[in-house]
Design a binder for this molecule. Structure first.
Ligand code: SF4
Ligand code: SF4
Ligand code: FES
Length: 752
């Protein structure tokens, strides 16, 4: 150990007669864990810290007249602690008796039964019968707390974990306790529904059956579930998650308490709740071939089911016919192994037009391997472009933690609409960033949405100055697709003169491509210029789409290949920090659907291509993902925008975790969570256009493209002179405006 590394002072004490050495400042409840002794807790939680509210954690400390709470007592040298003896048992019994005074004794019909800390501790220390003769205090039952959660006030033991989660972790302060003593209830501070991106975590924190998820309650008992641990693939954070399944039915996902490295033991609501699509009856379960109607019949095309053998043969034949005049779009939702295979197979055919980027983002690759924990420990965090909360929600909790609990400075650069829950300095551009940057030394973490903007050159120069001044600079690019970083590292980007997505679409529109293969992507909804995508897909003689559903893009396909979800296949994915994470199949895919990787293997066989053995492929995947890329960025920053014309508003593109036309649109249980179309404007802008909250507006771009009937939301967080519009909503797709930077607003004509 180097002399410069600070030594942690260790303290020796005894717990139940066993000598324990732990760092000074350790809480007794944590010290006991080092000898595998679990002290019961309700209000205490490792991630929330002590609250000292419930007193179930009583222990005896030699020399102290009264029992002490282990959750808020620090170790001391020579301390002798007893966690199990008749005195401690008596104390816990008394505490439990208080908890059960008004708590219903109906575990058999409680959704938490079998995994409830009150049930378990009552079995361990409770007295078996009640001494009270008064009736229990009635409280509201089955309270609809918000779109995701139901609250049973009678079951609440007022440990306040849920309230403190909202105070300490999300910093959103939505929940609070109302009333006093036995009448205390949990409620939202505003009286509005409990919402946001992280609500489901409180159902896990709740030690009893008071908070339950609408999507899971009364669907199963824990002992009937089978659990698989995997990585969430709904975004690029890669949270570790438990998946509970029963009889091949996906029931729920849960956070992994030990996952300090990536999720910090949280899940966002997209990752937690967006699982209903897996069993949705609209899944495609047989390859579908489009049959065009006879010319002039006026009828719509129909889909005909064909078998996999014929589908693969057709795909192979069309690819052979097209030769190198073919393109591949997508792959950011594939597993690493599948992405690598895709690159091998299509490049073996001489196809160089390959690009996984299908949205606004054009830069994904970088050579940084800074971890999620490194971000939490940075002194200054600079976000560039869309806020991390919109692209990588659980990573945003790290940023909130860094600012609120570790004292980091947060500076956001750009004109996005604010939605920060911790103090931040907002600056418009790099010149202002230079001034706002604190001079003191320390690590700077840059979190970028990968969209090149005017001023990037100046930022590169500023970054060079930071490095020259001896500051450590970490970079995080937030991929738009869950495995965007893996797809990029594994070859799904254009090299050797291949076309990128936009150039491919233009070539296809101009009739220059014979085949377009779209791998698990939805450019019709996501690519900034919808008209270009549609024209390209229409003009291409043969379009193959691999997907679970007939999405907006699959509608344009000649052949749809039904593939597995990430819950139905096994491999690895790459998170935004460059970690290779396991993905483990939890349920069987519906008959007829196969993994993208298997479809690629069948294609390679049909084309007579040899593929490397699996072990070699896995090794190669790991090497490529962990090696900084040798290729340079292919995206130059755009020119500065021209000044707006009179009456034009600048477009701020927003995304939310609840937009999309694939897994989200096909999850029937999440209707309430999907982001609804809206036009957010600053109060000054609203006044200038004589608009108020809830008014409907039409938004039009030069050239006539239009989104109609968007409700106005007046929000001081949006810069004046701009309108914030949400990307990726099927009913009002922002890309229908063709990537316009300026739009006009007009009150919608509402007809009776
Ligand atoms: S609802 Fe659950 S987590 Fe919240 S205070 Fe009550 S018992 Fe604790
Ligand atoms: S942050 Fe991303 S990876 Fe984590 S649970 Fe949410 S969607 Fe899944
Ligand atoms: S867990 Fe110690 S007082 Fe609640």
């Amino acid at each position: 150990v180097s002399a410069t590394v600070p030594q942690t002072e260790l303290v020796t004490l005894s717990i139940d007669g066993v000598e324990v050495r732990v760092p000074k400042g350790t809480l007794l409840v944590e010290a006991a864990k080092t000898i595998h002794t679990d002290i019961p807790v309700y209000c205490y939680h490792e991630k929330l810290g002590p609250a000292g509210l419930c007193r179930i954690c009583l222990v005896e400390i030699e020399g102290m007249p009264k029992l002490q709470i282990a959750c808020n007592t620090e170790v001391a040298a020579g301390m002798k602690v007893y966690t199990q003896n008749p005195r401690v048992d008596d104390g816990r019994r008394a505490i439990l008796e208080f908890f059960l005074l008004n708590h219903p004794l109906d575990c058999p019909i409680c959704d938490k039964g079998g995994e409830c800390d009150l049930q378990d501790y009552a079995m361990a220390w409770g007295q078996g019968s009640s001494r009270t003769v008064e009736p229990k205090l009635p409280k509201p039952k089955a309270v609809d707390l918000g779109p995701t959660i139901v609250l049973d006030e009678e079951r609440c033991i007022v440990c306040q974990r849920c309230v403190r989660f909202d105070q300490i972790i999300t910093r959103e302060d939505q929940l609070r306790t109302d009333d006093r003593g036995a009448h205390t209830i949990i409620a939202t501070a505003t009286g509005k529904p409990y919402g946001g991106d992280f609500t489901g975590n409180v159902t896990e924190l709740c030690p009893v059956g008071a908070l339950t998820s609408k999507t899971y309650r009364f669907r199963s008992r824990p002992w009937d579930n089978h659990r698989t641990t995997t990585s969430c693939t709904q975004c690029s954070v890669g949270c570790q998650m438990h998946v509970d399944e029963r009889g091949d039915q996906l029931l729920r996902t849960m956070s992994v308490a030990e996952d300090d490295a990536v999720s910090d033991a949280w899940l966002c609501d997209r990752g937690r709740y967006n699982i209903g699509f897996v069993g949705d009856e609209r899944r495609v379960t047989q390859p579908l071939l489009k049959q065009d109607p006879s010319p002039g019949s006026g009828q719509a095309p129909t889909w005909v089911q064909i078998d996999w053998h014929d589908a693969i043969a057709m795909w192979a034949a069309e690819l052979k016919k097209a030769g190198t005049n073919a393109g591949v779009i997508g792959g950011g939702r594939l597993l690493n192994e599948e992405a690598y295979l895709a690159g091998l197979v299509f490049r073996a055919l001489g196809i160089e037009n390959i690009d996984h980027r299908t949205g606004e983002q054009t830069v994904v690759h970088h050579d940084g391997f800074a971890s999620h924990v490194d971000l939490e420990n940075a002194n200054t965090i600079v976000t560039l472009g869309r806020p991390p909360s919109q692209l990588a929600p659980v990573l945003d909790l790290r940023i909130r933690k860094a600012v609120s609990r570790r004292g980091a400075r947060l500076i956001s650069v750009g004109d996005h609409a604010a939605n920060s829950f911790v103090p931040e300095t907002r600056v418009a551009d790099v010149a202002a960033l230079r001034k706002a940057m604190p001079a003191e030394p320390g690590t700077i973490a840059v979190v970028w949405d990968g969209v090149p903007r005017t001023g990037d050159d100046a930022f590169v120069a500023l970054r060079g100055e930071w490095t020259a001044a001896g500051r450590r600079v970490l970079t995080y690019v937030l991929p738009e697709e869950p495995n965007g970083r893996g797809a990029d590292a594994l070859g799904l980007h254009p090299v050797n003169g291949g076309l990128d997505t936009r150039a491919m679409l233009e070539a296809a529109r101009d009739g220059k491509l014979g085949v377009l293969t779209v791998l698990g992507a939805n450019p019709v909804l996501r690519f900034p210029d919808r008209a270009l995508v549609e024209a390209a897909l229409r003009a291409t003689p043969f379009v193959v789409v691999t997907d679970l559903f007939v999405t907006e893009t699959a509608e344009f396909a000649n052949l749809i290949l039904p593939v597995c979800s990430a819950f139905e296949k096994t491999g690895t994915t790459t998170d935004l920090a460059g970690d290779v994470l396991p993905v483990i199949g939890a349920v069987r895919a519906p008959d007829g659907a196969i993994a993208d990787g298997d479809a690629l293997v069948l294609l390679a066989e049909a084309l007579g291509l040899a593929l490397p053995p699996v072990a070699q492929l896995e090794q190669k995947v790991y090497e490529l993902v962990r090696t900084p890329p040798a290729f340079a960025s292919d995206t130059a920053p755009p020119d500065a925008l021209p000044a707006p014309q009179d009456g034009e508003l600048r477009v701020i593109r927003e995304t939310t975790i609840f937009t999309g036309g694939g897994t989200l649109a096909f999850d029937q249980r999440l209707a309430e969570l999907r982001t609804q179309p809206r036009a957010r404007v600053h109060p000054d802008t609203a006044r200038a256009f004589a608009l108020g909250d809830g008014d409907l507006v039409d938004v039009s771009a030069a050239g006539g493209a239009m989104l109609t009937d968007l409700p106005v939301v007046v929000d001081p967080g949006v810069p004046a002179g701009a309108v914030a519009l949400v990307d990726g909503i099927p009913r009002a797709p922002l890309n229908a405006l063709g990537g316009a930077n300026y739009v006009r607003l007009a009150k919608a004509l509402v007809t009776a």
